[in-house]
Design a binder for this molecule. Structure first.
Ligand code: GLV
Length: 324
């Protein structure tokens, strides 16, 4: 057994991960509250850490790494997205940074598919009618939505989650287009029956556009006023990636003026704050960052992060390092 190391967990995680780390003999400092740690407290807590298990709500930047100290060897993010981590700052300090790809693919693709159905079939709006006890009756023209069968789903960022959504959408009769920095493997393209398009063509021709790219300076406001204007007035935008990929103010305008038909959003630019313009719109479906929120998935994410931590502390390669 290696010498005990100090592992600091920045937020509450499923107990399975804490047990794994403690069972390996490490000194584990867990966080038992649902209330997020303050920055000030976090800077103090990480001092002397050999490993940090971080949540996407915590910024792991040069200041935090330096507050931990030069013995810090690994930062294991409990998320597939790692825009909260300054990866170059980790690299220059010789710290391994890891994420949790794969284990949340299905859960996130399920949520994207759910948002497509909620948006196109006006489900949140319908639910509000019932809960608000508004008068309603079945009618031939009452609360009509849009069919998705035979319609094109444009996937922006064809990684594992994009592909998992494509499989689901095909089962609902949709055709698939995608835009990505590089073409996907021919076998995968054949399996998904999808065509690659330039972003503008994808935006102009898709009935539903779903975002699955990572967030980075290169994808900040990837969807802004110009891109929303390129989309069709009967099309829908789905975002389960990261909020700042979309210019939320521009989206609120586009939804209010009918420039696009609707949007389904799981992520927001300044979580947990939502642009006030979105809150009053019936054609915006808004859910609170639930992409990976199942018991099974959150457990798998936390235990994969613990596995990464343990591997690095044993001097072995991390199973899922953040790609160079
Ligand atoms: C969740 O948002 C994740 O990136 O894992």
């Amino acid at each position: 057994m290696p010498a005990p190391q100090r592992v600091v967990i920045t937020g509450r995680v499923p107990n399975e991960a804490v047990v794994m780390l403690s069972a390996a003999g490490h000194e584990v400092e867990s966080w038992d509250s649902e209330i997020l740690v303050t920055r000030e407290e976090l800077l103090t807590r990480v001092a002397g850490a050999d490993a940090i298990l971080s949540l996407l709500t915590e910024k792991v930047d040069a200041e935090l790494l330096d507050a931990a100290g030069p013995q810090l060897r690994v930062v294991s993010n409990v998320a597939v997205g790692y825009n909260n981590i300054d990866v170059p700052a980790c690299r220059t300090r010789g710290i391994i940074a890891t994420n949790t790809p794969g284990v949340l693919t299905d859960a996130t693709a399920d949520i994207a598919m759910a948002l497509i159905l909620m948006s196109t079939r006006r489900l949140a709006e319908g639910e509000r009618v019932i809960r608000d006890q508004q008068p309603w009756q079945w009618g031939m023209f009452y609360m009509l939505g849009t069919s998705i069968q035979g319609r094109q789903l444009g996937i922006v960022g064809m990684g594992q989650i994009g592909a998992a959504l494509a499989r689901r959408a095909r089962a609902f009769g949709m055709t698939i287009a995608y835009s990505n920095r590089s073409a996907i493997a021919p076998e995968l393209a054949a399996e998904l029956g999808c065509v690659r398009m330039e972003m503008d063509d994808l935006l102009a021709t898709s009935d539903v556009v779903s975002l699955h790219c990572p967030y980075s300076p290169a994808t900040h406001h990837l969807i802004g006023a110009a891109q929303l204007a390129t989309m069709r007035s009967d099309s829908f935008l789905i975002n389960t990636a990261r909020g700042p990929v979309v210019d939320e103010a521009a989206l609120a305008d586009a939804l209010a003026t009918g420039e696009i038909a609707g949007a389904g959003l799981d992520v927001f630019e300044n979580e947990p704050t939502i642009h006030p313009g979105l809150l009053t719109l019936d054609n915006a479906v808004l859910i609170p960052h639930l992409g990976s929120a199942t018991v099974e998935t959150r457990t798998a994410m936390a235990t994969l992060a613990a596995t990464n931590t343990l591997a690095v502390l044993r001097g072995e390669p991390a199973p899922t390092p953040i790609p160079a």
